[in-house]
Design a protein around this ligand. Sequence first.
Ligand code: FES
Length: 131
Amino acid sequence: MVNIIFCGFGEDMDKLVVAKEGDLLLRVAESNGVKIPTECKDGMCGSCAVNITELHEEPNPAQYESKVDPDGWDEQKYTTYMEDKELDTLVEMGAISKKEAESAQQYAQQTPVRLACQCIIKGPMLIKPFE
Ligand code: FES
């Protein structure tokens, strides 16, 4: 179980919730009364984009697979596989750069902006609306 903090979504929606690792971020938000805009729920429209900050409590080296980062990518981030369609959508909407998308693929790490309908929870996170 991990802590997920929603912040900036409005009154009664800013809260800390406990979620299961492996659960979908959008499902966790909806089941806890946090409204994130959606249209397709399939990683194509970008309407569910959110800013994500990974929160680290006690680093556990067993959680990380990628160690080397010549581009300065944060090696403390959790290993997170992101689907090509999510990365393509984020690049198309200008939320991340092509280079960030390539680094995310190369190091299996998530970008600072994710699509809530595609984001599998791997660890504690702070979630803010994408603006
Ligand atoms: S709802 Fe369309 S990308 Fe998530």
